[in-house]
Design a protein around this ligand. Structure first.
Ligand code: AMP
Length: 615
């Protein structure tokens, strides 16, 4: 589906779509050349020398180089590359992973359970915020990272504007947040990948290229306190409400979180707009100065917003976005994977406005763009951009689930290049990047849904290793998500309450072991309804290992713990305190982190046990 851009031809949109269509046509060949460029640029670095030794590959043709590379360089996990990254962090300037010196490191905070941490060889116990003491997962960030971020954002914007044309010179309400930054022993700056991007020239260029400007000044984005930044984003978004063309965040969680906050602070925001002031809650001098320089008293706008909010409050904020931002064309954010549970709430707030699911990438590399923005989030796929990195795809199979060990959540096969992927097959992505990662496993499971010209379109399935398991049972993040969705349908339809967030834990301390699912809910639900939700979830786990274990009582009844309102915000605060940023936050769906379990168990107000299997 395409509609004409009402602004006439924007040549950059035309150019960037043309560029992408060309490279996707011959994606396999482009990949072979991309690998060659990566290797040429970084030839002679210590890591590659270790595997290639004295072999001189420079005169070799690109396909032979590709086969040689994949046979000589082994698959790696982040733990294998960590010694090199640590040396870079400590100030070793020798060419270890890249020929060009690395000056920035991105922090990737693992928000998953103990199993996953073991996989990456990172210990939460040693993780400390803003210091060089912790063993956080560092990932190199280079000019290439910022450039590809600009490229994918411009590309996706060009596809979106074919379907949802926006006005030039309009504004974007962006719920974006930088993390705290700190220096390593060797003087490198560390922050989340998005933090580096917001501080880069490319972020400014993007606004100029797309002719859409974010409502908030840099002081709000990098304010350091997400609660104050959220208030200012909302205030400025409303101050410019008639100019806002779309509303966005990196992950959907941030938008939902911001509007939940809005429900409590809208009166204060209206007062500030009326008087051109900022309430006492904004204590950051830089943020205050920057926001006060933008706003001036606007009593008529404040009254209009107040009137709308009074009506919206009665409707439980249904259609808040469409009502308060009358010219917004869509809401744009990552809504797939672990963000999928927030899409109902987002839809509620959006009130009929289109939800466009954003692109697929990670701190390590951008991967694919949503080139079909008219599709609902449930159906979105990501067309791989073959110039960004060299991508390999490790086939994953789910057979023999009963007899594989805990670590073997899937049976793996040899990785294949992009040109050899098959529709319907699941894969783990393996990355070779311009930033010095060589055959590094990303840990994401994707499925090939089809092709955009010659490049695969991927469905995001889930993170690997994020599994609930006790003995022969194995449940992925996706399995858990489906189960919780069924349980929460009972809660909404029969209990009239709403699931705010959830996580889980495999309790193995007792000999029998059982799953615990933690729910934060808004509204009152009777115990009878909650018991029904608990039973529904227990009986919805379809994994054969789980069903057999429950029938034989070798796994105990599923436990549903209802936690106090605000508990999941404490979890967010815990991660932010450890160096994460709201922009990249994902609620851990399964945890064995003792600190998080302490927060959850300390906030539990109701415990229910399933009777679905009679035990
Ligand atoms: P981070 O490095 O913190 O940005 O997290 C990257 C991870 O977020 C990826 O490895 C995925 O697991 C997840 N992710 C990123 N983009 C998407 C997307 N469009 N859909 C689903 N999950 C995503």
């Amino acid at each position: 589906m395409e509609t004409k851009n009402s602004n006439g031809s924007r040549s950059y949109e035309h150019d960037i779509i043309g560029w992408f269509e060309d490279i996707s046509e011959n994606a396999g060949q482009v990949q072979t050349e991309t690998l060659r460029r990566i290797l040429e640029l970084n030839w002679g670095v210590e890591y590659l020398d270790k595997w290639f030794g004295d072999i001189d590959v420079r005169d070799m043709d690109s396909s032979s180089l590709e086969s040689l590379y994949t046979s000589f360089v082994p698959l790696a996990s982040h733990a294998d590359l960590e010694p090199y990254i640590s040396r870079i962090a400590d100030g070793d300037t020798a060419p270890l992973l890249t020929q060009k010196p690395i000056k920035l490191l991105s922090l990737r905070i693992p928000m998953s359970n103990g199993l996953h941490l073991a996989y990456f060889n990172i210990s939460w116990d040693t993780l400390s915020s803003g210091t060089t003491e912790g063993r956080q997962k560092y990932v190199p960030f280079t000019d290439h990272s910022a450039r590809t971020t600009l490229q994918i954002f411009s590309l996706a914007a060009a596809y979106r504007s074919r379907v949802y044309p926006t006005r030039e010179g309009g504004r974007i309400l962006e719920f974006i947040y930088s993390s705290k930054q700190f220096k390593t022993k060797g003087g490198l700056t560390v922050g989340t990948a998005t933090t580096h991007y917001y501080a880069s020239e490319e972020f400014k260029i993007k606004q100029e290229k797309t002719k859409c400007f974010t409502c908030s000044p840099p002081e709000v984005i990098s304010g350091g306190d997400y609660k104050q930044s959220t208030y200012c984003h909302l205030l400025l978004g409303l101050y410019f409400c008639d100019q806002v063309e779309f509303i966005t965040s990196t992950f959907a969680y941030s938008i939902v979180q911001a509007f939940r906050e809005f429900e409590g602070v809208w009166r204060e925001i209206c007062d500030d707009i009326r008087q051109g002031t900022l309430g006492e809650r904004i204590t950051s001098p830089k943020m205050r100065k920057a926001v006060l320089a933008i706003i001036s008293p606007n009593p008529s706008l404040a009254s209009r917003i107040e009137e709308s909010c009074t009506a919206l409050e009665i409707l439980n904020w249904l259609g808040l976005i469409a009502k308060l931002w009358p010219n917004a064309k869509y809401v744009y954010s990552i809504m797939t994977g672990s963000m999928q549970p927030y899409s109902n709430k987002l839809r509620h707030y959006a009130g009929g406005l289109a939800l466009v699911s954003a692109d697929y990438g990670s701190t390590e590399s951008w991967i694919g763009a949503n080139v079909d923005p008219y599709l609902p989030p449930e159906d979105v796929t990501f067309a791989v951009i073959p110039t960004f990195s060299y991508f390999e795809f490790m086939p994953l199979y789910r057979e023999n689930r009963d007899c594989s060990s805990i670590i073997d959540d899937f049976i793996e096969d040899e990785p294949v290049p992009l040109s050899k992927v098959k529709v319907g097959q699941e894969y783990e992505i393996v990355l070779t990047t311009f930033t010095g990662l060589y055959r590094c496993r990303l840990g994401d499971v994707v499925e090939v849904a089809g092709f955009h010209r010659g490049t695969p379109k991927l469905n995001f399935i889930c993170r690997r290793k994020l599994i609930l398991t006790i003995n022969i049972d194995k449940n992925t993040e996706k399995d858990l998500q489906l189960v919780v969705e069924k349980g929460s349908q009972v809660l909404t339809s029969k209990g009239g309450a709403e699931l705010v967030d959830f996580t889980s834990h495999a309790e193995v301390e007792n000999h029998q072991g059982h799953y615990i699912i933690y729910w934060e809910i808004k509204g009152e639900a009777e115990d009878g309804i909650l018991s029904e939700c608990c039973n529904e979830m227990d009986s919805s786990f379809a994994d054969h290992g789980y069903v057999v274990s429950r029938k034989t009582n070798s796994i105990g009844p599923l436990e549903l713990c209802v936690v106090k309102i605000g508990t999941f915000k404490k979890i967010l605060d815990y991660f932010i305190g450890n160096g994460s940023a709201l922009s990249q936050f994902k609620t851990p769906r399964c945890t064995s982190n003792q600190e998080i379990l302490k927060i959850l168990n300390g906030s539990t107000i109701k415990r229910l046990f399933s009777t679905a299997y009679g035990y």
